[in-house]
Design a protein around this ligand. Structure first.
Ligand code: MN
Length: 199
């Protein structure tokens, strides 16, 4: 049993492998252990699923407005179920009875570095998650630089905020201006349309 299997069991059971185009959680390949992905997902409402690889699973938050490059913008991030690592490459249309259905796009992906230190020692990501204070440096294709993900006192919600570093840019609005997949170059609409043709 891998360490992630108990966390993602619920996810595996929820999916019907025969009917879903989503990847099989059992496949595995070599990874850095510190990957992230942001998947644009047009369910009943468009949102951005931010997923950080922590100890073999993709810990996940749904961000209704998507990430910002402006440090003065606080973006609500609602924790959701951890997903298996293989889900990071999923692009396609989820059947309507699963996770709200709708097209999913790999909006950004890459590696991250854990910035959290205590007395000069790196604080393990699992501890940061438990404490509700995550700070990471993203090496994405669209997003780069420091981001803080912090649990708020109320409602178990978190906030994603761009840290004020050289990569901060209040004028960029990548969610609205960079709408193509970093994996396939397709927009969410194109992903949805192509899936309809295949049916
Ligand atoms: Mn979603």
């Amino acid at each position: 049993m891998s360490p992630s299997s108990s966390k993602t069991d619920k996810y595996s059971k929820k999916r019907d492998l025969d009917s879903s185009p989503e990847p099989d959680a059992k496949k595995s390949r070599t990874r850095s252990g510190h990957s992230f992905v942001i998947q644009a997902h047009d369910a009943s409402n468009l949102h951005y699923d931010f997923r950080l690889e922590i100890d073999g699973a993709l810990e996940s938050w749904a961000i209704p407005k998507g990430p910002s490059t402006d440090p003065s913008e606080k973006r609500l991030a609602i924790p959701t179920e951890p997903h298996p690592l293989e889900y990071a490459e999923f692009e396609g249309v989820i059947p309507e009875d699963e996770y709200g259905g709708g097209p999913v796009q790999v909006w950004d992906s890459g590696e991250y570095e854990n910035l959290k230190e205590d007395d000069g020692e790196e604080v393990p990501m699992a501890k940061c998650l438990e404490d509700g204070h995550i700070t990471v440096w993203l090496h994405g294709e669209k997003l780069t630089g420091g981001y803080a993900l912090t649990k708020t006192g109320r409602d178990d919600n978190w906030l994603l905020v761009k840290m004020d570093d050289d990569e901060a840019d209040a004028r960029r609005n990548p969610v609205n201006t960079e709408t193509e997949s970093v994996q396939s170059g397709r927009t969410l609409d194109e992903i949805a349309t192509e899936a309809e043709k295949e049916d």
